[in-house]
Design a protein around this ligand. Structure first.
Ligand SMILES: Cc1cc2nc3c(=O)[nH]c(=O)nc-3n(C[C@H](O)[C@H](O)[C@H](O)COP(=O)(O)OP(=O)(O)OC[C@H]3O[C@@H](n4cnc5c(N)ncnc54)[C@H](O)[C@@H]3O)c2cc1C
Length: 392
């Protein structure tokens, strides 16, 4: 092709923006279309694990995330008596990959991505409502009557993806019957040292406390409840506190100090995995392709890996449509593994009876160190060798 490949990206979330950074980096012409009237800056925190940072590095992109968030130094799993169940080898495995895992606010991650992009390529208030393909290219129509053409369309339009419906029809939602509360707050406590992460496991409830740098702590809590109640949650932080009565003081302290209006709630949900990600000149990326429960903290990380692999394939293959199919072929097994592990781990972590919680605690406490390390290596190691490229 004599002209640069023109790629249209639907959605300016973490997945869409990362794809834009990677595809611009390899010389594509890129247009990003976001349905919201402005780029969303609110939101909570995220972990961008070592595998995602390695994926970007493999294609020559470095977001310098350590300057935007907090590199992970210690990850503890504790019970509600405040006893340490196990320290997880995430910092060591990340370092052995050559890349820290970083905890960061969504806002800061978005800033890090936008820093790499010319803002003129991002079009807001543009909701994709129609897709038409021909031998020459793909046309995308928007709710306000706008239209654009390109060589390829990447559906990075999230959990309720229009592009996914175009590719594979409507997919069922799998409700997990628990709520997630999320907040970022300024908070200091001697337990929370730089790069500290603690997950507290209770009966049908959990809390995570995460340093994201700059004096800010990202905390999330979960509690089993019917999806209907979780979806329409209207409670205050006092109501949330009532779920954690008798838990370590740090838990009630941080919740009490967070204004109600700063706490977001979402019902936990994913979709059963599907291996149909694309057709013709269209493919999917991020939550549009593989929405997963949050247990592994890898939803955004998988979107970032997708973007890197897509970049490698478009660089390697002369035929862009063949590159999309090769991208899907490479990504599907690993994405499916993450969706499945997130689901089974979520069931384990939301166990609600004293006996099953004790079993869960014992299983983690007595897991041989080498097994634990191998499990994390499988998750945190970006499989760059499978791409036929030399790691940078
Ligand atoms: C409670 C919770 C905690 C999480 N914690 C972590 C974590 O610690 N680590 C981690 O890696 N991941 C985490 N995740 C997952 C992570 O947030 C998502 O996997 C990730 O943000 C997905 O990014 P995305 O770009 O694919 O989708 P989204 O962020 O949903 O972006 C999709 C974008 O597309 C736009 N859009 C939708 N439809 C259209 C349309 N028709 N036309 C144009 N634009 C459209 C949307 O407005 C949106 O901006 C968490 C998720 C939740 C819910």
């Amino acid at each position: 092709m004599s002209h640069p490949l023109k790629v249209i990206i639907a959605g300016a979330g973490i997945g869409g923006l990362t794809a834009a950074v990677v595809l611009r980096h390899i010389g594509c012409e890129v247009e990003v279309y976001e349905q919201a009237p402005t780029l969303r800056t609110a939101g909570s925190g995220l972990s961008v694990m070592s595998n995602a940072v390695a994926a970007l590095s493999s294609i020559g992109v470095n977001l310098n995330l350590e300057h935007f968030g907090a590199p992970v130094k210690c990850v503890e799993i504790r019970n509600i008596k405040d006893q340490l169940i196990r320290e997880l080898p995430i910092p060591e495995v990340s370092s052995s990959n050559g890349f820290d895992s970083v905890c960061i606010s969504r806002k800061a991650l978005q800033e890090a991505l936008l820093k790499q992009l010319d803002k003129n390529i991002i079009h807001v208030g543009a909701k994709v409502t129609q897709i038409t393909e021909s031998d020459e290219g793909v046309s995308v129509h928007f709710a306000d009557g706008r239209e654009t053409q390109g060589d390829l369309l990447i559906g990075a339009d999230g959990f309720y993806s229009f592009v996914r419906d175009y590719v594979r029809g409507n997919q069922p939602i799998r409700e997990a019957d628990y709520i997630c509360w999320l907040a970022i707050t300024r908070y200091q406590h001697p337990q929370i040292t730089p790069g500290y992460v603690a997950h507290y496991w209770g009966e049908g409830k959990r809390i995570g406390l995460i340093d994201i740098g700059g004096g800010e702590i990202y905390w999330w809590g979960t509690a089993n409840m019917p999806t209907e109640q979780a979806t329409h949650w209207q409670g205050s932080h006092r109501d949330i506190l009532s779920y954690y009565e008798g838990w370590p003081d740090i838990v009630s302290d941080i919740i009490s100090q967070t204004p109600s209006e700063d706490i977001i709630s979402v019902a936990a949900q994913d979709r059963p995995f599907s291996s149909l990600w694309g057709k013709g000149r269209v493919t999917l990326l991020g939550d549009a392709a593989h929405p997963m429960l949050t247990t592994l903290g890898q939803g955004a990380g998988m979107a970032i890996e997708d973007a890197a692999v897509l970049g490698h394939m478009l660089k390697q293959q002369a035929d862009p449509v063949a590159a999309l199919r090769r991208y899907e072929e490479i990504r599907i097994p690993r994405a499916e593994m993450f969706v499945d592990i997130s689901y089974t781990q979520s069931e384990l972590e939301q166990q609600a009876t004293p006996s099953s919680c004790q079993e869960r605690e014992d299983a983690l406490r007595f897991e041989p160190a080498e097994n634990l390390r191998e499990n994390f290596e499988q998750l945190l190691k970006f499989p760059v060798n499978e791409l036929g490229v030399i790691s940078k």
